[in-house]
Design a protein. Structure first.
Length: 124
């Protein structure tokens, strides 16, 4: 079974929900969040975690980078999207597809980086 490594920058509240799920699933999207955005590179996830999450009260002024594997045959139904630059690549998973996306995660969601407001820097 072939997998694709993806990354997701999250704040403290989202990380708490991931932990509640045993690091096996991302939480359902809020009504104002119609899309789930996993990203293709650690660098891009780090930029968001540092530049946005650490400055956001709703994120607890903390940013985390998560890494996880998704079955390639599932992910192939979605196209990689460019979000403002060739290095800013992400998938756009509709909120209604998130449960199926979670079912295609292989292994656990790992936290690989943590940043707080002392690390905050703007996106470059």
């Amino acid at each position: 079974m072939e997998t694709v490594t993806l990354f997701r920058p999250v704040g403290q509240k989202e990380l708490d929900l991931i932990e509640e799920a045993g690091f096996t699933a991302f939480p359902p999207r809020l009504p104002i969040q119609p899309i789930f955005y996993p990203v293709v590179t650690r660098d891009y996830a780090t930029r968001i975690a540092k530049g946005w999450n650490t400055k956001d009260e709703a994120s607890g002024y903390a940013g985390y980078v998560t890494r996880f594997e998704v079955r390639k045959n599932y992910l192939d139904r979605y196209e990689v999207q460019e979000a403002g630059g060739r290095e800013l690549l992400e998938y756009w998973i509709p909120a209604e597809d998130l449960a199926q996306f979670n079912a295609n995660i292989v292994g656990l969601i790992e936290v690989i980086d943590r940043f707080d407001s002392n690390d905050a820097q703007g996106l470059q």
